[in-house]
Write a protein that binds this ligand. Structure first.
Ligand code: FUB
Length: 457
């Protein structure tokens, strides 16, 4: 009894301060962040609930302007977007060029039978994306073709790298959807990547490290960095640097050592945004997760003075906010700092909304800045095909000051949306975390939630 109580206490303590993993509604993997305009977008893979392998079907997109409240843009690409792909929607990365967004993916090819690299394109960072060329970008029947990473150099030349257990690379033409020249391979030695490729290692010999997969290419102050999952299973994150995109590469050591994250893979991406450096990676720490149920997490870091990476450890706390949320404009319900119990859905009719809301579930948003005048009213847009329920609005904790209660009725359908306006009973000013606590008939789905906002008059 005492043990159960302590366990519950630990869960509550964790969720009060936790910001990692950044998404709690779905398992998310292989993060590829993109700093674009005012926001960071993160393009992720998606582990299926209760999977026993990387049975992955689609990719998802999240964005944030404050690094703590993440908006779910849903599934914007899946195996069915590529006529040639039939399995394993594995790691991917998106990049912008001339106002178009190119999302490089890998998937199993029904054409050549191995893994292949593909590319989708969109006019917006959040889609819709479609297969840019109607065929793989690179497909030679090899299983090595996974985990593409791309960047555009200062001279305008775009480069793509990928591979397990070797790194392949090529120049991309300006159209971003074809190669300029041959596919080449990076040389793997103790000097370049800590050790030779797996089938060339001498039995019994200790090497400094070994490249496995998940490369991430970036450039900073004229130095090229290749970060990667290393060491075998379980994986840590290591890196090499070079004075040119093609080398010569020098192994530089570990960035994220092995940690008790419950995931035997790791996969990283870097965002440099508004003067901050963010290290994205994945763990298996979401309840019910593990090696095949992974979740994206973020840590902030600073480069060492000599340009090297510091050692970065996993934390539950994650990163600090770099902005605030304005409660006097419509905020999508799927903009979430932390959620318990709920899922999101994206439908053709309604776009993305919060679903699977049951009694006891909640959503937290952080850094909500009410300013110096108190709101008088609160509106939610919700839908229910059953009896509906209540949304209690609490400040700073689930049991904090209750400033409003909205009652959602049966609206006739799960996507028949109704605006419900209610008064704000208490004075609220300044910055707060806001908790939406869902109450109602136990056991059944209560309602779906599309958006919310506060009113000053
Ligand atoms: O998510 C599937 C595979 O697991 C990725 O392609 C690898 O990088 C590893 O994270």
């Amino acid at each position: 009894m005492r043990k159960t109580f302590l366990f519950l206490l630990a869960i509550v303590a964790l969720t009060v301060t936790a910001q990692n993993p950044i998404v709690q509604t779905w398992f998310t993997t292989d993060p590829a962040p993109l700093s674009y305009g005012d926001k960071v977008y993160v393009y992720v893979g998606h582990d299926e609930d209760k999977a026993d392998f990387f049975w992955m079907y689609d990719w998802r997109i999240y964005s944030s302007s404050d690094m703590v409240n993440w908006t779910d843009h849903g599934t914007q690409l899946s195996l069915s977007s590529f006529s040639w792909a039939d399995d394993r929607a594995w790691a991917a990365q998106a990049i912008e060029r001339n106002g178009k967004f190119y999302w490089y993916i890998c998937a199993h090819s029904r054409l050549a039978g191995g893994m292949a690299i593909g590319v989708a394109v969109s006019d917006s960072p959040t889609g819709p994306f479609h297969d840019a060329i109607g065929k793989p970008l690179f497909d030679n029947g090899s299983w090595d073709n996974i985990d593409p990473t791309v960047f555009i150099d200062d001279d305008g030349q775009a480069w793509i790298y990928w591979g397990n257990p070797r790194v392949y690379y090529a120049k991309l033409n300006k159209d971003m959807v074809s190669f300029d020249g041959e596919v080449k391979t990076l040389e793997m030695t103790e000097q370049t990547f800590g050790g030779p490729v797996i089938n060339q290692r001498k039995e019994g010999k200790q090497y400094k490290d070994s490249y496995v997969e998940g490369p991430w290419i970036m450039k900073r102050k004229d130095l090229y960095y290749l970060l990667y999952a290393a060491g075998g299973v379980p994986e840590h994150i290591a890196y090499s640097t070079a004075p040119t995109p093609e080398g010569p590469w020098t192994y530089r050591g570990t960035i994220m050592p092995l940690e008790d994250t419950k995931s035997f893979t790791n996969h990283c991406g870097i965002a440099q945004h508004k003067g901050h450096n963010y290290f994205f990676y994945h763990t298996g720490k979401l309840p019910g997760g593990g090696g095949f149920g992974r979740s994206v997490a973020i840590e902030e870091f600073q480069f060492n003075k000599d340009g090297s990476f510091p050692i970065i450890h996993h934390t539950n706390e994650g990163v600090r906010p770099i902005g605030t949320l304005n409660p006097y404009q419509r905020t999508e319900a799927e903009t979430i700092a932390w959620a318990a119990g709920v899922k999101t859905e994206n439908s053709r009719k309604s776009g993305v909304y919060v679903s699977e809301i049951h009694d006891g579930d909640y959503i937290k948003v952080r850094e909500v800045d009410f300013g110096s005048s108190s709101p008088t009213a609160f509106t939610v847009c919700a839908a229910s095909a059953l009896q509906g329920g209540q949304i209690e609005v609490h400040l700073d904790s689930l049991s904090g000051q209750n400033i409003a209660v909205a009652t959602v009725p049966n609206t006739g359908d799960w996507e028949k949306w109704q605006k419900i306006r209610t008064s704000v009973a208490q004075e609220v000013t300044g910055k707060h975390d806001v908790f939406f606590a869902f109450k109602g008939f136990k056991g059944t789905k209560l309602f779906n939630l599309d958006w919310w906002r506060f009113w000053l008059d």
